[in-house]
Design a protein around this ligand. Structure first.
Ligand code: GAP
Length: 495
């Protein structure tokens, strides 16, 4: 029977619905032993790459619970809503804009409740479950409210996006980090949204993880800080608004997007950086990657330019949003200045300004899922081919058999490597089954201790990609492991 991603994710310890033994709640997921490692690897890879874009970018870790006043100022208390319709017969709740979009194919995000009611009548829409009539559309609030303290008098919410913690911390970090722009604040952590219809697995969750970089910058000088030459001769995969329905993706020169399409050059520069992350680091095939332009109607009112980053995922039925690049202008800091009465202005070379924000926003769960979707290369055997930097375990150490002579040597090798690498140790079951298990969790290299090796101080290394094995001296193992793990040494070049 072919292995599908869903069953592999469960069976091999990656991810499944939370609180399974109590019947689960929609929209909540648990990462198991392999999933937590895979997520950590993706986060580390992402952090290294995006924090590396500038010396003045930092990781911070703000609280998950935010006071009502902050989220009132940001606009979430009033506007973080989705339109809801419920079936009058069975009570089934659906997101009204999605219901209409699925039928018409056109964006319905900005319809008022009255317009939704008329559309439902015009399109003759009924409940997909029982064919009952829908009641009137309502505005549904998506934040989780909390009453803090013994009397519950301090009103707060679970944060709906990690971004807000960075905005509240901007001024302090600007002072600590010696008053320089651009300043980048990164948050990797949970966000919470009471989604009306959590569905498609981790694609729409109620407790999700985001990895976001907020770049605070001066729009007049930001481009001078970037190496614009990097864009020369480079192209970016895009689907612009007017290509919809005609062409899924087109590769366009950075120069065209700046000169003719009039996108800010710093925006296109970051599109290129994001594309390089996905194609070169995560190894997404080029034809499966695109920037999807959001129209003026579709994008949040504070976004001046907004493209989603989409990947073509077989398990989710086509191109799906995994991240977004948002030019938010000075919206956020201006709102928090008004809400908190703290000045968000900075003084640079005699000029006073409220910095603008360029936001690189990634959904971690969707990206981790994409790794499983894209890299399950053999549905018959369930082989997962992950880059050494992303695999939950880079190496497995396996004694060929459970024999007294082999186990101490295998244990010694495990101890030798585990301080520097993520190494799995397994001595139970046939060697064939153990290799298959490592193939299924994407371990790129298996180190096997056998009887020949006891004679001449060698082990074999097996490469998951090719199933090929090579014999190497134990003295060389650390050096070789370092090369293979970093990608600087390729298995095929190993003598
Ligand atoms: N700070 C900007 C922001 O939060 P967003 O488009 O709402 O923008 C950013 O979310 C990313 O977070 C999305 O591209 C997606 O990958 C992820 N995301 C958003 N809602 C999600 C949900 N309900 N479940 C899983 N991931 C979600």
């Amino acid at each position: 029977m072919p292995v599908d991603v869903q069953s592999l994710a469960k069976r091999r310890g990656f991810i499944w619905q939370s609180a399974e033994i109590y019947g689960s709640m929609a929209g909540f997921y648990d990462y198991g032993a392999m999933g937590a490692m895979l997520k950590k690897k993706w986060e580390n890879t992402w952090l290294k790459y995006f924090m590396g874009l500038d010396d003045n970018y930092y990781l911070i870790d703000p609280a998950n619970i935010m006071p009502e006043a902050a989220l009132k100022a940001s606009g979430h208390v009033d506007s973080f809503t989705d339109p809801l319709v419920e079936c009058t017969k069975c009570g089934h709740a659906v997101r009204a804009d999605q219901l209409i979009e699925e039928v018409t194919g056109a964006a319905a995000e900005d319809l008022s409740p009255e317009q939704i009611d008329s559309k439902i009548v015009e399109l003759n829409l009924s409940c997909q479950r029982c064919k009952g009539h829908f009641g009137s559309a309502k505005i549904f609030h998506m934040m989780f409210p909390l009453d803090i303290g013994t009397k519950g008098t301090d009103k707060a919410y679970l944060r709906p996006e990690t971004a807000q913690g960075a905005y509240l911390n901007f001024k302090r970090h600007f002072e600590i980090m010696r008053r320089k722009l651009p300043l980048g604040l990164i948050v990797i952590g949970k966000a919470y949204r009471n989604e009306i219809a959590p569905r498609q697995g981790v694609y729409r969750m109620r407790e999700l993880i985001q990895a976001e970089l907020q770049i605070f910058m001066d729009p007049e000088t930001f481009s001078d800080e970037l190496d614009m030459k990097e864009m020369e001769g480079k192209e970016i995969n895009v689907q612009l608004v007017d290509m919809r329905g005609k062409q899924d993706v087109q590769s366009m020169p950075c120069r065209y997007l700046i000169d003719q399409y009039k996108l800010p050059d710093f925006y296109v520069y970051h599109m290129l950086k994001i594309q390089e992350f996905y194609l070169d680091v995560i190894r997404v095939p080029k034809n499966k990657f695109r920037f999807y332009e959001k129209s003026e109607k579709e994008r949040a009112f504070y976004n001046r330019v907004h493209f989603d980053i989409e990947i073509d995922l077989a398990t989710l039925g086509g191109f799906k949003e995994l991240a977004g690049l948002h030019y938010r202008g000075d919206y956020d800091l201006t709102k928090h200045q008004a809400g908190s009465k703290e000045s968000m202005e900075v003084s640079l070379d005699g000029r006073r300004l409220i910095p603008h924000v360029l936001e690189l926003s990634f959904g971690v769960d969707r990206n981790v899922w994409a790794l499983l979707d894209l890299h399950l290369v053999d549905e018959r055997t369930g082989v997962l081919k992950l880059a050494p930097s992303l695999a939950p375990y880079t190496f497995a150490v396996l004694p060929l058999m459970r024999k007294d002579e082999l186990i101490p040597v295998a244990r010694e090798i495990h101890t030798l490597l585990k301080n520097d690498f993520d190494v799995y140790y397994d001595q139970s079951g046939s060697i064939g089954k153990r290799y298959a298990r490592m193939d299924e969790i994407g371990t790129p290299f298996c180190i096997t201790v056998d009887f020949d090796g006891l004679e001449d101080n060698t082990v074999t290394i097996r490469d998951t990609d090719s199933s090929e094995q090579k014999r190497i001296p134990i003295d060389e193992l650390e050096r070789i492991a370092r090369g293979l793990a970093s990608g600087k040494l390729l298995f095929r070049d190993l003598k």
